[in-house]
Design a protein around this ligand. Sequence first.
Ligand SMILES: Cc1cc2nc3c(=O)[nH]c(=O)nc-3n(C[C@H](O)[C@H](O)[C@H](O)COP(=O)(O)OP(=O)(O)OC[C@H]3O[C@@H](n4cnc5c(N)ncnc54)[C@H](O)[C@@H]3O)c2cc1C
Length: 297
Amino acid sequence: MTAVSLKSRLESGKALFSIEFFPPKSDTSAEQLLRTAEALKVYSPDFASITYGAGGSTRSRTLKYARHLSEDYGYAVMPHLTCVGHSREELRGIITEFREAGLGQIMALRGDPPKGETDFKPHPDGLNHANELVGLIHETFPECTVGVAGYPEMHPEASSPDIDLLNLKRKVDTGGHFVTTQLFFDNAKYFEFVNRTRQAKIEVPVLPGLMCVTSREQALRFCAMCGASMPAELDQQLLAAGGDAAAVEAVGIDWVYRQARELLERGAPGIHLYILNREGAAVTLMEKLKAAGFYKS
Ligand SMILES: Cc1cc2nc3c(=O)[nH]c(=O)nc-3n(C[C@H](O)[C@H](O)[C@H](O)COP(=O)(O)OP(=O)(O)OC[C@H]3O[C@@H](n4cnc5c(N)ncnc54)[C@H](O)[C@@H]3O)c2cc1C
């Protein structure tokens, strides 16, 4: 899918389906990613995004697997890019590499501080915030479709939800074409966030980011890292499933299915799945959504 068609797809009003990979570090995890890419192709994702690691540590791997997914599997790939550890010129170089690889969309992020550090410190010749990266992408690659991150439960560093929203508006006003949200397990947080974005005159699609829980400990770790909350009802169900991995996954699938259904019924522009490079839960979810009349080809 070209940049233009992703833009028009976003504007079409038809529910989008997208997935997020991370670049694997070993041969075994690379095989897992490619197996997942093969298994999920049948659901014709509108795009597959691939994350960018701390300090530019995955620069070459992000590009390598972005190309793989695009050239060998036919995905419209959206590589992520962060400002961490890069000068403005290095960022320009990476954006140019993405363009030359035929990748028509980029997710523009500031990134988290490297492990062991608490504050984000920009490169001396680098960028402070994602809105500056959005601007640099537009300067370097004007026809690119640009995604930006949004936080229904507020970015952990923000001093208030209103300030965080103003900062989201800067990213969109600089040229972010759509927002993908941080994961959330409580749809009320998403709907409230979308209402607030509309009141703030942020008019672009806000694509909800969902994750199927397959481990309570992992989900709690993610929540602690990104500031998402774990609803008491979900937590009780996960605790009741105990150490039974299949029972935990069944709880996770049922929860994310009910989330996805309600989001789509109430007008969300689609769903973006944080799949952690695994296909099982995503396949079950998509089959359930198709059986319920969503995403029929
Ligand atoms: C969909 C999604 C994908 C992600 N993918 C990756 C990835 O691939 N790699 C990775 O390392 N991390 C990734 N992250 C995590 C992300 O990098 C962190 O959440 C990071 O801390 C903030 O990135 P941002 O782009 O939202 O930053 P920003 O938009 O720059 O915001 C960071 C903080 O600064 C504030 N702020 C923003 N702009 C300004 C401004 N102009 N002036 C003052 N304050 C401002 C905001 O309110 C916020 O508190 C992702 C997150 C999401 C939601």
